[in-house]
Design a binder for this molecule. Sequence first.
Ligand SMILES: Cc1ncc(COP(=O)(O)O)c(C=O)c1O
Length: 457
Amino acid sequence: MPQALATLKTLIEEHLAAERSDPVRALQTPEQLRAKFELAPPEEGIPFEELSERLRGIMAATPATASDLFFNQLYGGRDPAAFTGDVISAVLNTSMYTYKIGGVQVLIELALVKRMGQMMGFPDAEGVFTPGGSLSNLAGMVVALNQAIPGYKDHGAQGKQPRIYTSIEGHYSVPKAAGLLGVGQSNVVKIPVDGRGQMLPEALEAAIVSDIEAGFTPAMINATSGTTVLGAFDPIAAISAIAKRHNVWLHVDAAYGGTFVFHPELKAHFADVGLADSVTWDAHKVMSTPLTCSVILVKEKGLMTQAMSQSASYLFQGGEDEFNPGTRSIQCGRRNSALKLWCAWQVNGDAGYLAKTQSVRNNALTAQRCIEAAPELSLVRVPESINICFDAPGVDTDALLDAVCESGQGMIGHAQVDGRTVVRLVFLNSDVRTEVVERLFVAIQAQARALAIAPAA
Ligand SMILES: Cc1ncc(COP(=O)(O)O)c(C=O)c1O
């Protein structure tokens, strides 16, 4: 281990320096990378020093997704306390299925579930950490199906056809989960949205009523708090009233937006989330906890355990289910994702997360101002949270983003809005300073002007 620790320290210090001087790396082709590195596992092991050399090259060739010019996906930044907790988790190598194995780590996870549940309006939630929002949404759907069709776990749908409702702006993990769980993706009903990207409650109710008349079993409504493209929030109170009227499970996918429960204004979107039955919240998004770190929270204790638990005498050997998180998890062996969030929360406190959400929201508003002041650019939507969708009329969006990336000025992605490809700029790294955002827009404007004069081939 001493050699591993020394190597780690050197490699990490070098990496942080390289990331500062080279925050956007040109994408290399698979052929280029295969030619550069020996990637197949060897028959004979190599000395540790050689591993360290190989890692140095591989780290330098990896896209810089933690730098302050990464705006491409819904994660970013690097929380030092969370990083520390993640490394400690690897050192402890605890599998989070039973109290016998996890001990105090289980209590840490329980404390986070309790606190995060309370913040969402669930006084005493049942929950478990998962490897991401997709898995948390899937877990929510498992519980919903077991509530909609008693005995689902043992006997399947028993001749019934469950239906799932989500908006057209909902994340793809919802139909994916329906496909995986045997519901079938065609039984996911996509509800239209208004101009802000919020689900239309009247359309939702009409779809449910028509499904009931046609003999379907409405099993789950997925409302999204923080949609992937527009960062919009579905109207929870109105959706919850419909869910209650028709006795349908309401899941809130707050994988992305959950952390805005700390934000002084955006937290208003969470006032009614306590009316829902389950919530997904990713800490690896706006909280900048290293991937992966997500939680599924269920309001009524016991329902997750009922839907998930299995008897396995080689693993579960007594003790209350509450302290054996494997009884409510999809996984058996499970990495400890709770410790890194616990470490980060210890250091940030609620106040630190409030400041983080203010910082990312302010950056989004700075971006909005830059776009409104730029004759080359056009804002596609007023930002609902921290997603900025815009384009440069007359300029191909892909060509614009490639030019910005290739010139080392920022890594940004695109999305479809109103049937066309636009820039989707997302601000999740709270360490990004206002000047960085302003500089980014100077670069984007210059590239847009250049491309308008000489369109990409
Ligand atoms: C609204 C929403 N839900 C779920 C997910 C999936 O989360 P994960 O990438 O952690 O699986 C995302 C990812 O961006 C998302 O935006």
